[in-house]
Design a protein around this ligand. Structure first.
Ligand code: AHM
Ligand code: MG
Length: 333
């Protein structure tokens, strides 16, 4: 059987744009390289002295895991060295890094926001984790970065994607022309096209939410969750509840099977828990490109104007009809 590697796929895409200089191709190659290195380390996590906590807390006050730090270092390093970026921001750093003055490597036009290892609290129990990335083009042209570079909503992303380190490792990304998924063949060290033109089923029968927060949810969300549990053979309810607690894994399952993921606002997280720039926006971009939907409950995630790097928003994402129904519950309550 003929395989197509990620590199071959990217080159074939680039042939359609003869004016392209290959800088975006190099950027994706850097992401793919870092993903392979993290894959290698995640896979042997139980063997090496790499499991467990680093003993430091990150900007969100969460304990960092060693693998978080490892993944962050490798993505930062690969993206800095590739010479195509002007700004890098990670969940693990309070401030983004302005590379416009860097001397050692070239400076490019891309801004990358990423969560190097999402769901890392699951690592010790061998549950799937992921990397999420979001890519923008810088709009200013002066020497340094300007405010307007950071004031782009998720709609302006030029590409976004995620890597899931699961029973196999997959890289799923979109440049705004559909979504393609690549599975890592460890024997040849290449991501190979396995899921061309991924589409999220319009409907699903699975909902993913941390139900321990039920008493903190708005009445509209409580009502929707009751709807999911009602018995109605015609609509195949009750729906199944599946919650891994690892966003990429929950999202990816819903991408493949159809379903809904929710992290609404709670007392503890009045704006939801998940971060706009490197969790919600990239997955919203993928969801919309795959025919799904992503919403705060009252507006599309991709239209939220960013106000700060680590901004949180409520997230309702997945199969289009399921997201629309939650929006309807919120509107009507
Ligand atoms: P993290 O970025 O610190 O790993 O937190 C994000 C994770 C998501 O992967 C997951 O969807 C969510 O937190 C789970 O939160 P909770 O444990 O509150 O249900
Ligand atoms: Mg995260």
């Amino acid at each position: 059987m003929s395989i197509q590697t990620l590199e071959q796929f990217i080159s074939a895409q680039q042939m359609q744009f003869p004016q392209a200089k290959g800088d975006f191709t190099r950027l994706l190659q850097a992401i793919s390289l870092a993903a392979k290195i993290v894959h290698r380390e995640v896979n042997k996590a139980g063997l090496a002295d790499i499991l467990g906590k680093q003993g430091e807390t990150n900007v969100q006050g969460e304990e960092q895991q060693k693998l978080d730090v490892f993944a962050d270092n490798h993505f930062m390093d690969a993206l800095r060295k590739v010479g195509e970026c002007c700004y890098l921001a990670s969940e693990e750093h309070e401030e983004g890094k302005d590379l416009t003055q860097q001397k050692q490597y070239a400076v490019g036009k891309y801004m990358v926001y990423f969560d190097p290892l999402d769901g890392s609290s699951n690592i010790d129990s061998n549950v799937s984790v992921g990397t999420i990335f979001s890519i923008y083009r810088r709009v200013s042209t002066a020497d340094g970065m300007e405010d307007r570079d950071f004031e782009q909503s998720g709609r302006s992303q030029v590409a976004a994607g995620y890597v899931i380190y699961g029973s196999s490792t997959m890289l799923v990304y979109s440049t705004g022309k559909g979504v393609n998924g690549f599975t890592l063949d460890p024997s040849i060290g290449e991501f190979c096209l396995s899921h061309p033109q991924l589409q999220i089923p319009e409907d699903g029968r699975t909902y993913s939410v941390n139900e321990s927060n039920y008493n903190q949810f708005s009445q509209a969300i409580k009502n929707y969750l009751q709807f999911c549990k009602e018995i109605d053979p015609k609509t195949k309810r009750p729906y199944s509840s599946r919650y891994i607690g690892s966003l990429v894994a929950d999202f990816h399952r819903n991408m493949i099977q159809g379903g809904l993921f929710l992290y609404p606002d709670t007392y503890s997280y009045p704006n939801g828990k998940l971060r706009l720039m490197y969790e919600c926006n990239p997955l919203a971009f993928i969801a919309e490109q795959a025919g799904g939907r992503a919403s705060t409950g009252t507006m599309p995630i991709l239209d939220v104007m960013p106000t700060e790097l680590h901004q949180r928003v409520p997230l309702i994402i997945g199969s289009k009809n399921m997201v629309e129904l939650v929006e309807q519950y919120i509107r009507e309550f």
